[in-house]
Design a protein around this ligand. Structure first.
Ligand SMILES: Nc1ncnc2c1ncn2[C@@H]1O[C@H](COP(=O)(O)OP(=O)(O)OP(=O)(O)O)[C@@H](O)[C@H]1O
Ligand SMILES: [Mg+2]
Length: 434
């Protein structure tokens, strides 16, 4: 790949690369909406129909969009609202209020925000209301058209819906859902949450006013589909200003995706999380390594990006350990290899460590038993090791069965980066069985 010759381009190479960077960045980190949201066609149709009924026919409704973080709840709603704009009648009719449980932390703040978003501050003025319901009714009344025969439909979006359930008496939820059930005014309440058990959080009187419509975003793509996403996320469209550059780039993406080591890395990501957000993160890291001198992504870039995104707190914590603690971890790793993940106790770890010490010139790591016990306790405090059974607290410390909470790749990677790690310790870690 490195010998690949750039064909003469219509645009200067620098210009092409910056255009590429800009286009892909827009796609990967600026929340650009996809033309057609992948894999959620049915949900898209469902929500669009629902909101159309409110905006065009003035029907009230309520619905929950449920899915894990990064599953595309916000994206789905935004796509639907965009597509709703194309409906002539819906276009100007629908008013929108967007609330977020992380921002509107109580109902008073929420009500202020609703007033602000509906541009009714002047109408409300200094009026004092007896109750929340009275205030909300006033707001909805104020939206009635000139002849006062029909209200304008309002869409209430409640992001992080579950947090609203923690508000005092669930007043906001009760009142919104109550209006959505009565013929008072046409409103649609759309809640978004990652809690599957969200209905359990609702009080009975609130729950009974909810339509119990739920849209689930629990996509479970196959690896082939996931790989397809990588291709489409990185691919340049036909309308890229320099078609020759685009063709070259797309061919290089194709080669990248066929690489065996790339597949391995992507498989690891696939198994840890399948959502778009973490995929975008990974690809963004690769993209930042593209330059004029190297206008393509190498498998090594992806490997590095993956290493960065997997660099976790535990591995970083390993860097703060003393040499003795690190040696104990390595001894445990060997024990895990030998006994296939069976739990171990300090005595076994110490014996394993002694084997290492018996080799020539390693005697400088000779520590007394109490020092080793202390180090072992520290590792337990850091939760790098955990007792198998907490009820066995009465057993003598040295014989308490423990499990290592780190996996081998974490240990090996941390070891590579450990500041001035002695070579013999590294070699010991890498040797097959102690
Ligand atoms: N089906 C899809 N097609 C294309 N892009 C998607 C799809 N689903 C999600 N994305 C992208 O993944 C990213 C995360 O999506 P989004 O912000 O909608 O998640 P969310 O479910 O709202 O997460 P949170 O619970 O954190 O609010 C966005 O950049 C979005 O564009
Ligand atoms: Mg969201």
């Amino acid at each position: 790949m490195s010998k690949r010759k750039m064909q003469p381009a219509d645009l200067p190479a620098g210009e092409c690369v910056s255009q590429l960077q800009e286009m892909l960045r827009q796609r990967l980190c600026h929340q650009q909406l996809p033309d057609r949201p992948e894999g959620v066609e049915a949900q898209h149709k469902h929500l669009l129909e629902l909101l159309k009924r409110t905006s065009v026919h003035g029907e009230s409704n309520s619905v929950l969009i449920v899915g894990p973080r990064g599953a595309g709840k916000t994206m789905l709603l935004k796509c639907v609202l965009r597509d709703l704009q194309e409906e002539k009648e819906a276009e100007k009719n629908l008013l929108q209020v967007h609330l977020n449980g992380l921002l509107q932390t109580d109902d008073r703040i929420a009500l202020k925000e609703i007033t602000r978003q509906l541009h009714l501050e002047n109408v409300v003025g200094d009026k004092v209301f007896g109750s929340f319901a009275e205030n909300l009714t006033f707001l909805l009344e104020a939206l009635k058209k000139g002849d006062r025969s029909s209200s304008r439909p309002v869409l209430f979006v409640l992001d992080e819906f579950d947090l609203f359930a923690a508000h005092k008496n669930q007043t906001l939820l009760y009142n919104l859902l109550d209006v959505s059930q009565s013929a008072q005014a046409p409103i649609a309440v759309v809640g978004m949450t990652c809690r599957l058990d969200v209905l359990e959080l609702l009080e009975k009187r609130v729950k009974s006013r909810f339509s119990h419509r739920q849209i689930h975003l629990l996509s479970n793509p196959t690896f082939a589909e996931y790989l397809g996403r990588v291709r489409t996320r990185l691919g340049l469209p036909d309308h890229f200003p320099d078609s020759r550059f685009a063709a070259d780039w797309n061919a290089s993406v194709e080669t990248l995706c066929e690489d065996k080591s790339v597949e391995e890395v992507l498989r690891r990501h696939f198994h840890s999380s399948k959502d778009f957000r973490s995929l975008h993160m990974l690809l963004m890291l690769c993209l930042s390594r593209v330059s004029v001198a190297k206008p393509w992504i190498r498998p090594a870039d992806l490997l590095e990006a993956s290493r960065l995104s997997f660099a976790d707190g535990e591995a970083n914590m390993l860097h703060g350990l003393s040499i003795l603690e690190l040696c104990l971890i390595i001894a445990m790793k060997h024990l895990n290899d030998v006994y296939e993940g069976e739990p171990f106790n300090l005595q076994m770890v110490h014996n394993e460590f002694k084997k290492f010490l018996q080799r020539k010139s390693n005697s400088m790591y000779n520590f007394d038993q109490p020092v080793i016990l202390k180090a072992f306790e520290h590792l337990q405090q850091l939760e790098m090791i955990r007792p198998v059974d907490s009820s066995s607290a009465k057993t003598q410390r040295e014989f308490q069965l423990m499990r290592l909470m780190l996996d081998h790749s974490q240990i090996m990677e941390a070891l590579q980066k450990y500041p001035q790690c002695p070579t013999e310790v590294k070699q010991w870690a890498m040797s097959a069985f102690g």
